[in-house]
Design a protein around this ligand. Structure first.
Ligand SMILES: Cc1ncc(COP(=O)(O)O)c(C=O)c1O
Length: 338
């Protein structure tokens, strides 16, 4: 059990526990038992990993008397969409800093952007260069809101903070219960694989494994940047976590691994082979991944297994972290593949 006595306040937003499903045909094909933890089932409009983090971040926003939640991401950010909808559920407004090449001509209101707009979120389009300086924009918007008498609350990129990491630390408790049921008691060694985009999910998983002591190996496939970048981010989140909630558990950075080499053409850019892997899984298991995160992580997992069937040990749990809405805006890229 995680130390719930130190757990920060939480609002219930996610439909959890999510199912742990065996992928029987995929397992036969790869020669390794593979299960999917269906975190795309955490909600319908709130589908995906972000909502587990937002349970803690929104509770903090409410406790601090916030009226408008600000966050940021790429144009098709799942995190921004989830934040916009979670804000509605909490009775708050939202403002999103969204990255696009030309803010004068923002992308069409498709996929996540459509949902952001439907949620009534204020969309502020900024260039990639401005996005790198997003703290200035957060400050500018926060000051503007304060001047208008609205209390702002900033959720950093991806909700990937020590507070947000509680969501995935708790998800490990859920997964351990799933595996105990599956294994009839003690948990057998298992490798848990997820996509790493802003690092909060894998940081939470690693912290949860450290707290639970379960024989789980945590592996992230980065979908942008590189291994060193993620180690800096993830270790930073873990250090802040330990500093904020010191516990009677072995301290120090928890174990996790980053499998680099599958960024491909770059963040949110797909290669035909990645899209083909997404299509093939739909046809094999009836499960739909997204092109930006889970599709790339899944492609990376399969590529590593093709090199060495035993590289992830005896059993894999792939965390399906959602992202379905990001598939529709790239529909035409599937045209040549279907
Ligand atoms: C669908 C999906 N999967 C995975 C991730 C990566 O999670 P994290 O940002 O916590 O590394 C994201 C992040 O935006 C996401 O939207």
């Amino acid at each position: 059990m995680l130390p719930t006595d130190v757990m920060p306040p939480r609002v219930r937003l996610a439909h959890i526990p999510t199912p742990l499903q065996p992928m029987e045909r995929l397992s036969r094909k790869t020669g390794v038992p593979i299960y999917f933890k269906r975190d795309d089932f955490t909600g319908s409009e709130l589908s995906g990993n972000k909502i587990r983090k937002l349970e803690f971040l929104m509770a903090d926003a409410l406790a601090k008397g916030a009226e408008t939640v600000l966050t940021c991401g790429g144009a098709q950010s799942n995190h921004c969409r989830a934040t916009a909808l979670a804000a509605v559920k909490a009775g708050l407004d939202s403002l999103l800093l969204l990255r696009t090449e030309n803010p004068e001509h923002p992308p069409a209101a498709d996929g996540n952007i459509l949902l952001d707009a439907l949620a009534g979120s204020a969309l502020v389009w900024i260039t990639p260069d401005q996005y790198r300086r997003r703290d200035e924009f957060f400050e500018r918007e926060a000051l503007r809101l304060q001047a208008a008498g609205r209390a702002p609350y900033i959720v950093p990129e991806g909700g990937s903070t020590a507070l947000g990491a509680w969501g995935y630390a708790l998800a490990i408790e859920e997964l351990v219960a799933d595996l105990k049921r599956l294994d009839g008691g003690a948990v057998l060694p298992t490798t848990v694989i997820c996509a790493a985009g802003s690092g909060g999910t894998i940081a939470g998983l690693a912290l949860g494994v450290r707290m639970s002591g379960a024989p789980l190996r945590v592996v992230g496939v980065n979908v942008c940047d590189d291994r060193d970048y993620f180690i800096t981010i993830i270790d930073g989140i873990c250090r802040e976590f330990d500093h904020t909630w010191p516990m009677e558990v072995p301290a120090g950075i928890p174990d996790y691994e980053i499998v680099d080499g599958y960024v491909g053409r770059g963040y949110a850019l797909s290669r035909p082979e990645e899209l083909a892997a997404i299509r093939d899984l739909v046809r094999l298991e009836g499960v739909v991944l997204d092109p930006v995160y889970t599709g790339k992580a899944y492609f990376g997992m399969l590529a590593e297994l093709a090199k060495d069937k035993e590289c992830f040990g005896e059993r894999i749990v792939f965390v399906h972290t959602g992202g379905l809405f990001g598939l529709f805006p790239i529909a035409e890229q599937f045209a040549g593949l279907t």
